[in-house]
Ligand binder design. Structure first.
Ligand code: FE2
Ligand code: FE2
Length: 192
């Protein structure tokens, strides 16, 4: 089973906040795509002995870079500049739960990246629903579908390298942790 539900849903207010400060949202979104690409490439470099992971992460890096190119084009057309990178509080708090030890480290990272993509799937879909410009609407709906593929890719890899019961038990723990993190973060004009 590669699909799963999040333990807490983003409220529609989040999309209203993002929409009402759409320029800020775009800047954060572009940074997320760029960071997702470099993270995928760091996985490639970190696991030379795992061909399936390498194949999946190279494809993912290319796709995230293509998304970055698209978001950056929208930003440049609107005359927007990138801000300095700031730490994403959501990602930072999640990554604190990565355990040490090469096996659990890999499992936790695959599952956390899956959950981040799963949340992206949920939120881009919400953006697609609230945006009025048909081009922007289509863009975010298309990205929501991509995030669905990405979250299941990470699950597929987790199942490739670990037993199903271990994967599902840890996924459940991390989903509870993610729900707590999401519920205590204020909604901002940002992906997280
Ligand atoms: Fe993406
Ligand atoms: Fe993604």
């Amino acid at each position: 089973m590669l699909e799963y539900e999040l333990k807490t849903a983003t409220k529609p207010e989040w999309a209203e906040v993002a929409k009402s400060n759409f320029d800020s949202f775009l800047k954060d979104h572009a940074a997320c795509e760029r960071k997702a690409a470099s993270l995928a490439m760091s996985m490639v470099q970190h696991y030379p002995d795992k061909p399936e992971l390498i194949r999946g992460m190279i494809d993912l890096a290319i796709e995230e870079m293509a998304h970055f190119r698209e978001v950056m084009k929208i930003m440049l057309d609107r005359g927007l500049q990138q801000d300095n990178d700031e730490k994403d509080p959501y990602i930072n708090q999640l990554l604190k739960h990565v355990r040490k030890g090469s096996d659990v480290y890999l499992l936790d990272r695959l599952l956390i990246f899956s959950i981040v993509e799963r949340r992206g799937h949920e939120r881009f879909y919400l953006m697609g629903e609230v945006l009025e410009d048909p081009k922007m609407k289509d863009f975010y709906m298309r990205l929501a579908k991509a995030e669905h593929r990405h979250y299941t890719l990470f699950m597929k890899l987790a199942h490739q390298y670990f037993d199903a019961d271990i994967v599902l038990e840890r996924l459940d723990q991390l989903l509870n942790i993610e729900a707590e993190i999401v519920n205590q973060l204020p909604y901002r004009a940002a992906v997280h």
